[in-house]
Design a protein around this ligand. Structure first.
Ligand code: ZN
Ligand code: ZN
Length: 359
């Protein structure tokens, strides 16, 4: 945590600020270690203060030993009280997180700071780029979240039968991940059978599985706050010919990206590898989302692995590779692994098989 605070202070200085209020819960956790649901961090060039309410005083004291704990009572008067104790002229806030209402009430408090109140300056992407590159502890936690999803998929996928509903399969997956030790799910599980698979973010329904059709299963576990994310497209019975054709294209696009993406590339270069393959097969218009996304405390974070993405995929970056083809009225195929950039190339964290028919 001390290393993270040091890196953040460099970012604060180079942004021309001398303090930052952190309101985003994942950033708050990343910088302080505090996992509670309410609170703010005030980071200056020499102070680290965690402001939270009565419910979290004990927890924050234990989890955030590098921070002075300040007890909030009342609405936002904490901010003027704290700012009267420190000397700041340019205070940043997280523009992507603070609501318009909260910003207005914070500003009302800040103008009360004497003798001269600091400027309140919007910032973006101060902490997010730090979060993109994982340390060894984070890599271990994501790997555990990946293993939980893999193990649950192995357990549940072999029991899926014709006539089971999407909802019942999604529930089995979520229940199994929790029984195996997940804190929770990292997002609502997607089970999209037959034509429903044409919607990349379909919500599971009462629709019953039929023989030979594609079934897209997108799932992830959370472990000690860290997420995993994987998709498999499976089929019960003999896959119909169109499924075989589409599946091979998507699998080829995915495996080629895994084999080729390296740490010299930008995230846009990585996207292009799979996209070119799907374009050449004639399905480019039907791959309408990014190749992938970073993953960590949030299921979607930096890097943005899509067309034109300019994040550098440096060693320690964890992200997904998930090409897909979606055909209205027929269905979809998506195959997704969570991967890590290591020694210049990609290592796949997921171990789940990629057979069309897992039975
Ligand atoms: Zn996914
Ligand atoms: Zn994903």
């Amino acid at each position: 945590m001390i290393e993270r605070i040091t890196q953040l202070r460099e970012k604060i200085s180079s942004a021309g600020l001398d303090g930052l209020i952190i309101s985003n819960p994942d950033n708050r956790r990343y910088i302080s270690g505090f996992t509670g649901s309410a609170g703010y961090l005030l980071i200056t060039l020499d102070e680290t203060i965690l402001a939270t309410d009565f419910r979290y005083i004990e927890q924050s004291t234990q989890q955030a030993p590098n921070f002075e704990i300040y007890r909030i009572s009342g609405a936002v008067n904490w901010i003027s009280d704290l700012l009267n104790r420190v000397s700041i002229s340019k205070l940043g806030f997280e523009a992507a997180d603070l609501s318009v209402n909260l910003h207005a009430s914070m500003l009302d408090e800040i103008v009360k700071v004497k003798p001269q109140h600091p400027d309140f300056i919007p910032t973006t992407d101060l902490i997010e780029p730090l979060r993109m590159v994982k340390d060894s502890e984070e890599i271990a936690l994501v790997s555990k979240a990946v293993d939980l999803a893999d193990d649950a998929f192995l357990e549940v996928s072999k029991k899926i039968q014709i006539g089971h509903s999407e909802l019942s399969i999604a529930w089995e997956i979520e229940k199994t991940m929790k029984e195996m030790g997940a804190d929770s799910i990292s997002f609502d599980t997607i089970v999209a059978s037959g034509p429903n698979g044409a919607k990349p973010h379909h919500r599971p329904s009462e629709r019953k599985i039929q023989s030979g059709e594609p079934i897209v299963i997108d799932m992830g576990a959370k472990f000690q706050g860290y997420c995993s994310d994987m998709t498999r497209t499976i089929c019960i019975g003999e896959p119909e010919p169109k499924l075989k054709e589409i599946y091979d294209i998507v699998l080829g696009a995915q495996l080629t990206a895994i084999a080729t993406v390296n740490s010299e590339m930008t995230s846009g270069d990585a996207d292009k590898i799979s996209r070119d393959i799907i374009n050449e097969a004639g399905y480019g218009d039907l791959f309408g989302h990014s190749l992938g996304h970073g993953i960590g405390l949030e299921v979607h974070e930096n890097p943005r692995v899509g067309p034109g993405g300019n994040d550098n995929l440096v060693n320690g970056t964890i992200f997904t590779i998930e090409p897909g083809i979606y055909i209205t009225g027929w269905g979809g195929v998506r195959i997704e692994d969570t991967v890590i950039m290591e020694n210049g190339s990609v290592r796949t964290l997921n171990k789940s098989h990629k057979l069309q028919n897992p039975q």
